[in-house]
Design a protein around this ligand. Structure first.
Ligand code: FPP
Ligand code: ZN
Length: 481
């Protein structure tokens, strides 16, 4: 077999080799009439690592191509052209691990995320309402990289004490209305930083009242007063109720009481069930298109409601969900897309990749290629300047850094639901998510070395295990609100 050449839109086809060879070929291609003057670049013979990557890619390439071209298929082909050089070679010139894949660039990603916690230029003013998210992504990403973030306890508590609404919940900043997404991100940030000052900065009583106003008669939750009711709301509310150990009874003045509901969990499983779409995925609200980010919210919500084996099997059709999830892994890229016929994107490494931890607790093993996901994250999603990204050609940002690392963690560690874990914690009131532990480290066909392994991340709360257990314990030990 001939030594493979690096794939590139510029590499000559076998037919061209046959009809024009060597020097002549370069002259031919320089002909401006061919319009390829700038396109041809002799990339030379592949290195042994590149040869191995090319052989791997050939082995996972889907052999049958659809002839019909659409704008979607053209975008997919163009995207693949941009990504392939990163899967075959090493355009970033990162040091390679023992599998010939880029090492995890911790020394670039840590300062990148620390920088995300600093000041922003004025152009970022429009991101003001996303401030809790940026803090969460940065703190969570840092812990995934093995950093201790406890030095941020006071600063995090101060930032969010200003964003806390007097009537409960958190907004994006001072004076902003409370919103469930901001409340979720702020609370996870405070729990990740940890410590009494951070925990005590949360007004749990008004948070409970705010959640009571979000609960709807059909079982779901709105994101804010008068706002959209979707599965993010259901997940965020359950995270807050469980992590902060809030009472499950609805406050006396909760509007849903007028429809006969008495607890936060009334009709919730049934509402999530209605979000499973015809193709098996989970959508934002009943009748919408399934999407990976909403699938994670739905599975996370049900995994807080009870043991995944019970709740996932009760409220979802698992075989068809597994089919939809496995169809999200792109070949040959190895990363995930978020919905049918869309492009691979590093953030779905978590939104879809981490769904497997939850689904595997409800059924037999998942149908996913952990190594292929690791390959996409390490080879294609790392940015030379630090941080991780959607795909080559896109800039890194804190969101994609956080969720690429969370997906890498899901691929590298086997998270296991075990009723025997943490006896004495979460015995009443949404205690299921405290039953998770880390099982074996995944080692079959891996493409990472020990130095490329990221931290263990709680599969439901997406913060470190220690942060989850300490936060819940703190509030279980506390009398009243
Ligand atoms: C589509 O974007 C993205 C969505 C429809 C979902 C976004 C939702 C989240 C990220 C989940 C938030 C989670 C919580 C816990 C609040 P797109 O059309 O730009 O991307 P695509 O082409 O990849 O679908
Ligand atoms: Zn993305």
């Amino acid at each position: 077999m001939a030594v493979p050449l690096r794939t590139s839109s510029q590499v000559p086809s076998e037919r061209l080799e046959e009809i024009v060879s060597g020097e002549d070929r370069i002259e031919e291609l320089s002909d401006s009439e061919l319009g390829s003057e700038d396109e041809y670049e002799d990339m030379g013979t592949a290195t042994p690592e590149e040869q191995a990557n090319i052989a791997y890619l050939e082995s996972v390439w889907i052999p049958i191509a659809e002839n019909l071209q659409t704008s979607t298929s053209k975008t997919q082909d163009e995207t693949l052209k941009v990504i392939l050089p990163f899967l075959e070679g090493n355009p970033n010139e990162f040091p390679l691990n023992s599998h010939g894949i880029s090492q995890l660039q911790r020394k670039k990603h840590v300062p990148y995320l620390e920088d995300a916690l600093d000041d922003y230029p004025s152009g970022f003013a429009m991101m003001d309402a996303s401030r809790p998210w940026i803090i969460y992504w940065a703190l969570q990403g840092l812990t995934a990289l093995g950093e201790d973030v406890s030095e941020h306890q006071r600063r995090t508590a101060h930032t969010f004490s200003l964003a806390q609404h007097p009537e409960g919940g958190f907004g994006g900043g001072y004076g902003q209305f409370a919103h469930l997404a901001c409340s979720y991100a702020a609370t996870l940030s405070l729990a990740t930083a940890g410590g009494e000052v951070a925990y005590e900065s949360i007004n749990r009583k008004t948070m409970w009242q705010f959640l009571g106003r979000m609960k709807q008669a059909d079982g779901g939750f709105t994101m804010c007063q008068g706002g959209e009711e979707d599965i993010r709301g259901a997940f965020c509310a359950m995270v807050l109720l469980s992590l902060l150990n809030l009472p499950l009874e609805l406050p006396k003045d909760a509007p849903a009481r007028q429809s006969g509901l008495t607890t936060f969990t009334d009709n919730l499983g049934e509402w999530v069930s209605k979000c499973q779409s015809w193709d098996g995925g989970i959508s934002a609200a009943p009748g919408n298109e399934a999407h990976g980010a909403y699938a994670f919210c739905g599975l996370g919500c049900l995994s807080i409601l009870g043991a995944p084996k019970e709740t996932l099997n009760k409220y979802l059709n698992i075989p068809v969900l597994v089919h939809w999830m496995s169809s999200r892994q792109c070949s040959p890229e190895g990363g995930y897309n978020g919905r049918t016929n869309k492009l691979v994107d590093g953030c779905y490494s978590h939104w879809v990749g981490s769904c497997w931890s939850l689904v595997e607790a409800a059924t037999t093993t998942g149908i996913w290629n952990r190594a292929a996901l690791g390959r996409y994250i390490l080879a294609a999603a790392q940015d030379k300047k630090g941080g991780l990204r959607d795909k080559p050609g896109k800039r890194s940002d804190a969101y994609h850094t956080c969720y690429n690392l969370a997906g890498l963690s899901a691929a590298q560690h086997c998270y296991v639901y075990d009723e025997g874990v943490n006896k004495g914690l979460g015995e009443v009131g949404l205690g299921a998510p405290f039953r998770w532990k880390v099982g074996r480290v995944y080692h079959e066909d891996v493409v990472w070395d020990a130095n490329d392994v990221v931290g263990k991340i709680h599969p439901v709360f997406v913060i470190p295990f220690r942060a989850v257990f300490e936060c819940r314990k703190y509030f279980e030990d506390k009398e009243g609100f």
